[in-house]
Ligand binder design. Structure first.
Ligand SMILES: Cc1cc2nc3c(=O)[nH]c(=O)nc-3n(C[C@H](O)[C@H](O)[C@H](O)COP(=O)(O)OP(=O)(O)OC[C@H]3O[C@@H](n4cnc5c(N)ncnc54)[C@H](O)[C@@H]3O)c2cc1C
Length: 500
């Protein structure tokens, strides 16, 4: 296989780069080792589009955060991704905190962050009634927002595919191919791809990819953050993203509504050794809960519907590393993309496009690059039963059911997802092939019962539509098969005295 550009990593960074490069007359392949895009850090984070007031203007992450924030209104509308600019409040309890808030405000104003304001007294409790009564001050940033992080990543990748990018899932880069001082391809578990430019957007593994070129200058340290997610009864308990006073390495344990009306508490922040271990700990979750209660004391743990963790890919100097490799030509690193990497992704993508143009100029001097005339900026608007249901008018839906009865069969009762929507997810440009991939695209299994009821039905639909045995259906790719054997087979084996 051959391509002009190979992107390693289907997180928000790689997917945003793929979409931005798809505007040009280039053959682009995006490689993702997992069975879906948005399986790394881009699946489990706070989903905040940061305003950027606390950005250090000398750092890349500071500059790109501030540049990218205003891009989200158009992007979310074009890609039909849930996004709300609900604003954020950093909460202060004393004079010392007030000085921090004032410094952050001045910093933000220097950077051009609009609408920053210090709020105090009664007004604080008018806009945020459930806030800790001991709170005295808050830095209000109206341009902060919330987004569904994995839906955004999937939509970027879908849009890239519609515009000609090939997304190869379950395709792991195991080595780089070089000739002299130039990258000429990548070796994957499925074969070799020849190319002129490789973009290393491999998140927690970006240092491993760099090392494949003999470059050991990048050193990624995983830093875990744990979360509690509360039931939708709590979605209106706060109105803004609530932050504590930040520490040097973290913005602290926040409390925020999600775009789908749940309440999210977390994350804490601990350096860990394992890059792939999503386990949560009782002590970590206690820390999250007590941290969140400092901001909102009325929270209750009885409505926690799930807990999870995400891993930040922190580079040594805590900044993004974006630029050409100093070892080999044709390799561009986009590494160390920790927070605010979700917010910065659209600006990172624009920066990488310029680097790709320069790199192609060096490694393929005769190649003409120009914008395509037929680039499709938008994704179609999906019909979503839950949204129609909440408007109280199901006339349109009834018409749809007449055309396709699958839209009349309810599969997930918690989140109100129909069979038609699940089948549509299986046929998206980046197709859903596992239970979790269906959940990320439709919310089937994301509700209070966490898939306890709809899980078996989704397995059945995946099996029928993909033409595979139910035993082959996975939770999240190979090795996570859900069913062990047909029950009749198990009964027979038990009769034979086998351990089952
Ligand atoms: C706890 C936490 C909270 C955060 N909150 C926010 C927030 O509120 N706002 C914000 O702006 N940012 C936030 N971030 C940061 C944000 O989540 C990340 O910056 C962003 O998701 C990084 O995306 P990425 O694409 O670079 O990495 P990833 O999403 O990890 O993607 C990298 C991909 O590369 C793939 N890959 C790795 N090696 C290979 C290989 N050899 N071959 C093929 N594929 C490979 C992986 O499977 C993965 O899918 C948070 C991060 C954490 C952990």
């Amino acid at each position: 296989m051959k391509a002009d550009i190979v992107i390693i990593g289907g997180g928000v960074t790689g997917s945003a780069i793929a979409r931005e490069l798809a505007r040009y007359n280039l053959d682009i392949v995006l490689l993702e080792k997992e069975d879906d895009v948005a399986m790394g850090t881009s699946k489990a984070n706070s989903g905040i589009i940061h305003a950027g007031y606390n950005a250090d203007a000398r750092t890349l992450k500071g500059k790109l955060n501030v540049k990218a924030n205003p891009m989200f209104d158009k992007l979310a509308a074009d890609l039909k991704v849930p996004f709300k600019r609900i604003g954020s409040l950093v909460i202060g309890f004393n004079e010392k905190d007030l000085q921090v808030l004032k410094r952050e405000k001045e910093n933000g104003e220097r950077l051009g962050v609009r609408g920053l304001e210090i709020i105090q007294g009664e007004r604080l409790f008018v806009i945020e009634p459930n806030l800790n009564p001991e709170a005295k001050y808050a830095l209000y940033a109206p341009t902060a927002g919330i987004i569904s992080t994995y839906e955004f990543t999937i939509a970027l990748a879908d849009n890239a595919v519609i515009n000609g990018v090939k997304v190869l899932l379950e395709t792991e880069v195991v080595d780089l191919v070089t000739e002299g001082s130039k990258v000429t391809g990548v070796k994957t578990n499925r074969g070799e791809i020849k190319t002129q430019v490789v973009i290393n957007a491999a998140g927690l593994y970006s240092d491993k990819i760099a090392a494949m070129s003999g470059d050991d200058s990048i050193n990624i340290r995983p830093r875990k953050g744990e979360y509690h997610l509360l039931d939708k009864n709590w979605g209106n308990f706060v109105n803004h993203v609530l932050f504590p006073i930040p520490s040097k390495v973290s913005k602290g344990i926040l409390v925020t509504p999600t775009t789908h009306g749940n309440l999210l508490l977390g994350p804490n922040s601990h350096d860990v050794d394992e890059r792939d271990d999503p386990a949560t700990t009782a002590s970590g979750l206690d820390e999250v809960y007590s941290g969140a209660r400092k901001l909102v004391p009325g929270l209750s743990r009885s409505d926690v519907i799930t807990s999870f963790s995400g891993l930040r890919a922190a580079a040594e100097d805590e900044d993004f590393i974006i630029g050409p490799s100093n070892r080999v030509r044709g390799l561009i690193h986009v590494a160390g993309i920790q927070s605010p990497g979700l917010t910065s992704a659209p600006a990172i993508a624009e920066m990488v496009v310029e680097l790709v143009k320069e790199t192609l100029g060096e490694v393929a001097p005769g190649k003409e690059i120009h914008l395509k005339e037929d680039f499709q900026e938008t994704l179609p608007t999906p019909v979503i039963f839950n949204e129609e249901y909440e408007t109280g008018n199901l006339d349109g839906w009834q018409k749809l059911v007449k055309e396709n009865p699958d839209y009349g069969e309810m599969i997930c009762r918690c989140e109100r997802v129909t069979k038609g929507e699940i089948i549509r997810a299986i046929h998206r440009p980046v197709p859903a092939r596992s239970l979790d991939a269906i959940k990320r695209r439709t919310r089937a299994g994301a509700g209070r019962c966490q898939g306890g009821f709809c899980g078996p039905r989704v397995v059945e639909i995946l099996s029928k539509v993909l033409g595979i045995s139910p035993l082959e259906v996975t939770k999240k790719g190979a090795g996570s098969e859900i069913l062990k054997a047909c029950s009749k087979e198990l009964i027979r084996r038990a009769g034979d005295g086998d351990e089952i």
